[in-house]
Design a protein around this ligand. Structure first.
Ligand SMILES: O=P(O)(O)O[C@@H]1C[C@H](O)[C@@H](CO)O1
Length: 359
């Protein structure tokens, strides 16, 4: 910390770059960002030369060691790093998807619907994290769904796996740079609304970004305008028109008795919630509780993708102290597996609806 305060410089709002340093690895960071473990600043052009000022007095090692003293804080991927992942996939598939799908816990079977598939284990894609959770195969599947080119994440990344929120959501930016404009997101969630039953499908109308209340966001740190604005709006994050179309699709499938609509909250996990936590969430209007999705939606909306999302209600949240039941992941996966055929057909029809232009 000595090093940080030694170098702390107060600037006027006209000179934000005065707080940038070269970290010696070709990446520039703000001194404040380094203290907070925040974003790496990309260069303003792709040329190798840096225009950022080196305020570290020529030595970068102090800053690197400062970073090492903050476990779990990594530098955010630049536009060029994301582009590298996108190019890797574009060079290895002939498909050019404009629709992306993210499969929730136990819902990876949706990728089995794709034909003419190119399959990429996350470990093979440059800069990709790896999936560590049961029910998340950890593969990008690119192919056709009812003749529509689609890319499908068979498994996602969660904060509780140890990834920062920006890294959990980085595949969304990869999709964007590959040409994806619309995103179908699915998750498994606990039903908190007392009228919900296990097996219900909740169309997500809105979310409560709990991590955001605490100052964390997948957009925390340097904002690259090539992805989107510094201050993106989040109303209508879950596209009104797509929600309407999905309801029509569900009615066609005679699923109206299990279709719900509501507000999702993402908690950090991996613990399921205490009774007191759930009671609090009920008071603030939460209908379903999960551990994902929100960071993906924020990143997708930031880069102007349209989003549709639904939660499979895999368990009822336990809001009394008397029951001996306990939430568990095996139940989550089991329920997802039982609802597989309806969910796959629903997803297929929603993708067709997403692919149709609005009137
Ligand atoms: O990836 P999702 O949000 O579908 O998975 C949920 C949340 C936890 O990862 C897990 C808990 O059972 O399922």
């Amino acid at each position: 910390m000595d090093r940080l305060f030694h170098n702390l410089i107060v600037t006027g709002s006209g000179d934000p770059d005065a707080l940038n340093t070269n970290c010696g690895d070709g990446k520039e960071k703000s001194i404040l960002d380094q203290a907070a473990g925040g974003a790496t600043r990309p260069r303003s052009s792709d040329s190798g030369s840096s225009y950022f000022k080196d305020m570290s007095g020529g030595s970068s090692s102090g800053y690197m060691s400062l970073e090492k003293t903050v476990p779990g804080k990594e530098t955010m991927y630049t536009y060029d790093v994301i582009k590298q992942s996108a190019n890797y996939l574009l060079e290895r598939t002939e498909h050019r998807p404009t629709i992306g799908v993210i499969c929730g816990s136990g819902l990876g079977g949706m990728a089995d619907l794709l034909t003419d598939r190119d399959v990429f284990p996350y470990g093979d894609i440059p800069n990709f994290p790896v999936s560590t959770v049961t029910g998340h195969a950890g593969r990008m599947v690119i192919g056709k769904l009812s003749n529509i080119p689609v890319m499908c994440m068979q498994g996602r990344f969660h904060a509780y796996e140890g990834y920062p929120l920006w890294k959990c959501a980085m595949p969304v930016r990869v999709m964007k740079l590959m040409g994806v404009e619309k995103l179908l997101i699915t998750n498994a969630a606990g039903g908190l609304n007392s009228s919900f039953n296990v097996g219900d499908i909740m169309i997500i109308k809105d979310h409560i970004n709990f991590q955001g209340f605490a100052g964390d966001s997948p957009l925390r740190g340097y904002n690259d305008e090539r992805f989107g604005p510094r201050f993106p709006a989040m109303n209508n994050a879950y596209d009104k028109d797509l929600r309407k179309r999905a309801k029509a699709v569900a009615t066609e499938m005679k699923l109206e008795n299990v279709i719900r609509e509501g507000t999702y909250v993402m908690l950090g996990g991996p613990t399921y919630e205490t009774v007191a936590e759930l009671k609090m969430l009920q008071i603030i209007g939460v209908d379903a509780v999960g551990m994902s999705t929100v960071q993906e939606v924020i990143v997708a909306r930031h880069c102007n993708m349209k989003v549709f999302a639904f939660s499979l209600i895999t368990n009822k949240c336990i809001t009394d102290y008397e029951t001996d039941d306990m939430a568990n992941h095996e139940e989550v996966i089991g329920v997802a597996n039982n609802r597989k055929s309806d969910l796959q057909e629903l997803a297929r029809r929603i993708v067709i609806a997403m692919n149709t232009d609005e009137e």
